[in-house]
Design a protein around this ligand. Structure first.
Ligand SMILES: [Zn+2]
Ligand SMILES: [Zn+2]
Length: 336
């Protein structure tokens, strides 16, 4: 934790909101890597979505009870999100939990879900606590009709069928903690191999990774399987991607899009997002917006249409380009 994070964590939620508002209004946030030498001709905007349905919340310390509800709101929101992004022809990198490629699954003879998959040992991290039973204990082992929060083959088909050229990326098979500490290499390999196989059945090659809950690790497993990039928070909100020691491209993460807990107005949200675009354009760096498709209805209905219109307007005025994660990674490697 740096000094700023320590100060921020000591504040009440209300005052955290006030602090961020002050930083945005005074032009401090977003921060920019002004020393970076950009190889790009324009600012680059990226959108990625953590597409995970109920899987993300199975062992959540705070949201486990909301798992199904979250899954069902993703199911409801994805078609709306697809229509919106198609309207402005803005592509998204959908970092997808591998199990969502399925439309059904069945229990093994030993009574366990996915007996072919290795399991993590018990662990606790910042967000999750897996301390008893089987890792797949919440898997219904039914189908999309009976348990629509756990399967999404139909939604993935809609993403693929969109007129906008979206990318399908990876978010592990079962939304696992991917750190070296909690995920041995054999488990990391098996999780990614399962995703690769299911994606290939739909004609998709996986190139981009979003680590579940920011559990960075097991880069070797990704590199060996042809992945080219991943999303990672960097020192600055608006920053430059870099090629890591494995030869993969680390792409900055700039801002999560959703309703805030501070009571901010729509106008303030738009002002903040405009500041991100202005700085990305000015310094020709990367601005990476990410979101959960389960996002709040208020944000989806009131903010997203205007955010996408703003991005599309910036693009048509020639100030920025919009790319998927893997397209950006190709360009970064090509520029070297
Ligand atoms: Zn299953
Ligand atoms: Zn996730």
């Amino acid at each position: 934790m740096n000094v700023y994070s320590k100060i921020r964590a000591s504040l009440s939620v209300r005052n955290q909101g006030r602090l961020t508002k002050f930083l945005v209004n005074s032009g401090i946030k977003p921060t920019v890597n002004k020393a970076a030498k950009s190889p790009f001709e324009k600012g680059i905007v990226i959108f990625s979505a953590d597409f995970e349905m109920a899987w993300a919340f199975s062992f959540s310390k705070t949201k486990q009870k909301e798992a199904i509800e979250k899954g069902l709101s993703e199911r409801k929101n994805v078609p709306v999100i697809l229509d919106l992004f198609e309207k402005y022809n803005i592509p998204v990198t959908w970092a997808t939990v591998g199990h969502l490629f399925l439309s059904q699954c069945i229990r093994g003879v030993n009574g366990l879900a996915h007996p072919e998959m290795p399991r993590p040992g018990f662990f606790e991290n910042r967000n999750w606590n897996f301390s008893s039973g089987d890792w797949y204990q919440h898997d219904s082992c039914t189908d999309v009709k009976s348990d629509p929060a756990w399967y999404a083959s139909d939604l993935i088909d809609r993403i693929i069928a969109s007129k906008t050229n979206h990318e399908i990326g990876c978010h592990t098979f079962s939304h696992i903690d991917f750190t070296y500490k909690n995920c041995p290499k054999s488990l990391a390999d098996a999780e990614i191999d399962a995703c690769i196989k299911l994606a290939a059945d739909k004609g998709i090659k996986l190139n981009s990774m979003v680590f579940p809950g920011g559990t960075f690790g097991n880069y070797e497993s990704l590199k060996e399987r042809g992945f080219t990039c991943y999303r990672k928070p960097m020192r600055y909100h608006i920053d430059l991607p870099y090629v890591d020691s494995h030869g993969m491209v680390a792409i900055p993460s700039s801002l999560g899009l959703d309703k805030d807990p501070y009571g901010w107005t729509k106008e303030f949200h738009l002002k903040m997002i405009r500041n991100y675009l202005i700085k990305a354009a000015k310094y020709k760096l990367v601005c990476h917006f990410w979101f959960h498709p389960s996002m709040d209805k208020w944000y989806l209905e009131n903010l997203m249409p205007e955010v996408l219109k703003m991005v599309a307007d910036y693009r048509s005025s020639g100030k920025i380009e919009v790319k998927t994660m893997s397209k950006l990674a190709e360009e970064v490697v090509g520029n070297r």
